[in-house]
Design a binder for this molecule. Structure first.
Ligand SMILES: CC(C)[C@H](C(=O)O)[C@@H](O)C(=O)O
Ligand code: SF4
Length: 467
């Protein structure tokens, strides 16, 4: 039964039937694939003699394993070369559109689909990647799936899923200068916990969200999964339609008005029923930095690392583990923590507006000599657009390296890795132990502008001082 939320409307419209298990068989409008989670799925398809049911509904890119320095083929890393070759072959064999490196359209899967206009309101979108929640920024129901589910979507364009509850997270008021969508999303996870969203879809609403650009909304929804919510979304509005208009896969002029009317009808009704509502005041959000090993271990940049006594009972064990792993002292300020590596990029914060905000901070300054700083655009298009406005020059003049598009040090499945127990200031979304390529490497998550500030001063710094 529809209770008037966008989630319920889109879910009901895509329901093929109810399975004996009680799960919904849900039609998937758009299926995105990349080199890491698709090879096994294609192999399973082959074993069963199945073909891809709707090849035109699947779009492929390569992102995790691509080197960001030399991209000459064959790649130096043999495994990476095997993975890209497998994807090339699978796409050729099944007639799937593949945005390969050098095509001008390659990039992180969650960056390229929106920029092509593939991601649209009211869609169901699946990808074998947890940060598929990003696409919810457009008012789509978008979620990550496992490899066997990738197989299911390839073979049937449907998935067996249990319906989620919906929590409305309302953020109201203006964000202060130096506070970005990344801080909002880290603040929400800090408040609700990394498991707080389990079983939920998050609907982000309120005046703060309404005032956000599409790129900011993508940053917000990207990390819904880090708060435990399988998907997050924002109701579509004029900002969404302006972003989409004229993009390759967006509805063309003749169908445009009809499409907008349709999208408008999917918005959550004013009297929609929610399973939970959380209200947050934007004025309470500061530039936020993580100090620990989960994205929920975040604090305002001017706060100190919480002591065990200051934390709720349930958070103490993981905090103790974090103090040890991070080698940071409870009770001390996070500001001033020296950093070794500064990484600007990822599907959270590797878009043009992110690079612009970071460039504003570094313009005319120099990265500290103790720091290795680099920028990895989220896609070939982002790279090209950034170069067209001279952002690469600003970064390079400040001593940053300017790289090719890909996931890079977000996950370090390519050559970009931390060494030993280096500590990074990173605009990505996960600070798990060993996440950035070294089993003892340490990650501090923050906004791209904050990473830029850390690069300039060689330590965690309040970006508001540099604006
Ligand atoms: C490789 C992929 C399966 C993984 C994910 O699902 O998120 C990666 O993108 C990540 O960010 O950890
Ligand atoms: S940029 Fe990071 S989070 Fe995003 S898809 Fe790549 S590895 Fe995953």
């Amino acid at each position: 039964m529809s209770r008037g939320t966008l989630f319920d409307k889109v879910w009901d419209l895509h329901t093929v039937g109810t399975l004996a298990s009680g799960q919904t068989q849900l039609f998937i409008g758009l299926h995105l694939i990349h080199e890491v989670t698709s090879p096994q799925a294609f192999a399973m398809l082959r074993e069963r003699g199945l073909s891809v049911m709707f090849p035109e509904r699947t779009i492929a890119t390569v992102d995790h394993i691509v080197p960001t320095e030399s991209q000459a083929r064959p790649f130096v890393d043999v495994l990476a070369e095997e993975m890209i070759t497998a994807l090339e072959q699978n796409c050729r064999e099944h007639n799937i559109r593949f945005y390969n490196i050098g095509s001008g359209n390659q990039g992180i899967v969650h960056v390229i689909a929106p920029e092509q206009g593939l991601t649209q309101p009211g869609m169901t979108i699946a990808c074998g990647d947890s940060h598929t929640s990003t696409h919810g920024a457009f008012g789509a129901i978008a979620f990550g799936i496992g490899t066997s589910q990738v197989r299911d979507v390839l073979a049937s364009q449907t998935l067996a899923l249990a319906k989620l509850k919906v929590r409305r997270i309302e953020v109201n008021g203006d964000l202060s200068p130096g506070v970005y969508a990344k801080d909002v999303t880290l603040h929400i996870i800090r408040q609700l916990g990394v498991k707080g969203g389990v079983g939920y879809a998050y609907e982000y609403a309120g005046s703060t969200i309404a005032a956000m650009s599409m790129e900011e909304r993508m940053t917000l929804c990207n990390m819904a999964i880090e708060g435990g919510a399988r998907c997050g979304y924002v109701n579509p509005d004029a900002v969404t339609y302006d972003y989409l208009k004229g993009r390759e896969f967006a509805p063309k002029a003749e169908q445009w008005d009809e499409a907008v009317n349709w999208w408008e009808s999917l918005r959550s009704d004013p009297d929609a029923e929610y399973d939970d509502v959380v209200v947050i005041d934007a004025a309470d959000i500061a530039p936020t930095v993580t100090w620990g090993i989960t994205p929920g271990q975040g604090i305002g940049v001017d706060e100190h690392i919480p002591t065990v006594e200051e934390l709720p009972e349930g958070d103490r064990a993981i905090a103790t583990e974090a103090y040890q792993y991070m080698n940071l002292q409870p009770g001390t300020a996070i500001q001033g923590t020296p950093v070794d590596v500064c990484f600007i990029g990822s599907c959270t914060n590797g878009r043009l507006s992110d690079l612009r905000e970071a460039a504003k901070v570094v313009q005319g300054k120099k990265a500290a000599a103790t720091v290795k700083a680099f920028v990895v655009p989220g896609s070939e298009r982002v790279k090209q657009a950034a170069e067209a406005e001279g952002l690469d020059t600003i970064f390079e003049a400040a001593g940053f390296e300017w790289r090719e598009a890909g996931c890079s040090m977000c996950l370090a499945m390519n050559p970009d890795k931390l060494q030993g127990n280096q500590i990074s200031a990173s605009s990505s979304n996960r600070n798990f132990k060993g996440r950035q390529g070294s089993s003892s490497g340490r990650t501090l998550l923050m906004s791209p502008a904050m990473v830029a500030a850390a690069a300039i001063s060689g330590q965690v710094t309040d970006v508001r001082k540099l604006l």
